[in-house]
Design a protein around this ligand. Structure first.
Ligand code: GLY
Length: 452
């Protein structure tokens, strides 16, 4: 069988890798992909091949010409542009929702209203199209809020606020300065919740739902709590979408998994199938908060695998991903058995840190960061530790170099969480991003507290 994964980030690289593990699959195409894949064992063997085609119609032509058996669309933008619809019209099997169903992620206000209507718990919220009205609201409600761009923002569109000035600054950033582009024409202002973040996933096949029986914890802030200088410089600990992750979450238990399925997953999927009438086929991500009083709340729904949650969950999942993907397409998820290994996994993201610019310094991701830094010592990584690439490029002289702020994931597994943490950190410490403007100093930065 031949699979094509559409996407270019770490989650998409990981999807390609997981399909490559399937007993049914002898070739995975990764489009438009990233050049990092050819530096990994499956890339070197040709099991995964990068196809640098971006255009959606050209992808459909490629799939028809090469008899691709299944396409998994990893990221939200091509889903919103209708890649699944284009492929299905050409008779190609897919994993991922149709364009219309992407609204669950691309229109927070729509999803919040749906959840409120069906009684799925979520924080208090209000929707605003006008920044002056939004500011007046935050001046008057008294409690802390999170200000969220309504549209797609690559998992980064939420600003967590401590007080009214923070909230007004967030409204200005999103609605006036448009830091997340047109996604910020409308904002959702939500009550800030405290507690533990949970990333929960379920596969849907248009008829059934298969909630995954384990879950992960994502680390969204850019810095560790004691990175005071950087936090001050950026005016707060910015939300990046993910700087690391671990699985299983310390709170995983059959009791909590059942509660999440009963209180959140089943009513939401029921509303998708029966109230909206959508035959949704793909994965759904539920971003949840469990507060100190054991109350669960949904703070976001995405129509794709989480990044960096998927790399740790995928390594723990022993069920053949091609069998899951085909069941999503065929409407036979009820016949799939979930098998999970007993390991713990930790994913630490290697980011662009402080580097020398032509004038002055780059502070590094999530602020201005340098590019083109050679990635050193990949060959030192221990066997069994996975590297998935995200923001990387290839340079004719240097080989693999950094290109994005989050360049790579280092994922390690062990029978204990501590063992997995130690292994992930031992390995990321072997790597370096060579700052050519600063005598080859290492400008790789990573958070130190993932999994703690
Ligand atoms: N980790 C959150 C996301 O994928 O958006």
């Amino acid at each position: 069988m031949k699979v094509l994964v559409y996407g270019s980030g770490g989650r998409d690289h990981c999807l390609s890798d997981k399909y490559g593990d399937s007993q049914h699959v002898d070739k995975v195409f990764f489009a438009p992909g990233n050049p990092g894949v050819s530096y990994t064992p499956k890339g070197k063997r040709g099991l995964i091949e990068r196809i640098p085609i971006k255009d959606l119609n050209e992808i459909a032509d490629f799939c028809v010409d090469r008899n691709i058996d299944l396409v998994d669309v990893g990221s939200e933008n091509p889903l919103e542009e209708g890649l699944v619809d284009i492929l299905n019209e050409r008779g190609i099997r897919t994993v991922g929702p149709k364009k219309e169903f992407v609204r669950l992620e691309s229109d927070r206000a729509f999803t919040d209203d749906l959840l409120r209507k069906i009684g799925v718990p979520k924080p208090e919220y209000r929707v605003f199209d006008d920044p002056a009205n939004a500011s007046e609201y935050v001046r008057n409600i008294g409690y802390q809020v999170v200000v969220k761009a309504n549209g797609l923002a690559a998992g980064k569109g939420a600003i967590v606020c401590d007080d009214v000035p923070d909230a007004e600054a967030a409204i200005e950033k999103i609605m006036v300065k448009k830091v997340f582009g047109e996604s910020g024409n409308r904002v959702v202002i939500e009550e800030r919740k405290y507690g533990t973040e949970i990333s929960f996933f379920a596969y849907l096949d248009g008829m059934h739902v298969m909630p995954l029986k384990t879950f992960a914890q994502d680390y969204k802030p850019a810095f560790d709590p004691d990175d005071k200088e950087l936090i001050d410089h950026f005016g707060g600990n910015l939300n990046t979408g993910g700087t690391g992750c671990y699985c299983p979450h310390k709170l995983v238990s059959p009791w909590l998994v059942n509660r999440i399925i009963k209180e959140i997953v089943n009513p939401t999927v029921n509303a998708i199938y029966n109230d909206l009438g959508w035959a949704y086929k793909g994965v759904i991500y539920f971003g949840l908060n469990l507060d100190p009083y054991d109350r669960l709340d949904v703070f976001e729904i995405n129509v794709r695998h989480g990044d960096p949650e998927w790399p740790v969950i995928a390594r723990k999942l022993s069920t053949d991903l091609f069998e899951i993907g085909m069941a999503v397409w065929d409407g036979t998820l009820d016949r799939i058995t979930q098998v999970w290994n007993k390991q713990h996994y930790v994913d630490v993201i290697g980011m662009e840190g402080r580097s020398k610019a032509s004038k002055g310094w780059n502070k590094g991701y999530p602020g201005r960061y340098g590019k083109g830094h050679k990635i050193l010592d990949l060959d030192k990584i221990e066997k069994g530790v996975a590297i998935f690439f995200a923001g990387v490029d290839e340079n004719p002289e240097k080989g693999l170099v950094t290109y994005g702020g989050r360049a790579l994931h280092v994922i390690a597994g062990d029978s204990t969480l501590k063992g997995a943490r130690d292994k992930a950190y031992r390995n990321i410490e072997l790597l370096a991003f060579e700052d050519h403007n600063n005598n080859g100093a290492n400008c790789l930065r990573f958070r130190k507290t993932i999994g703690l």
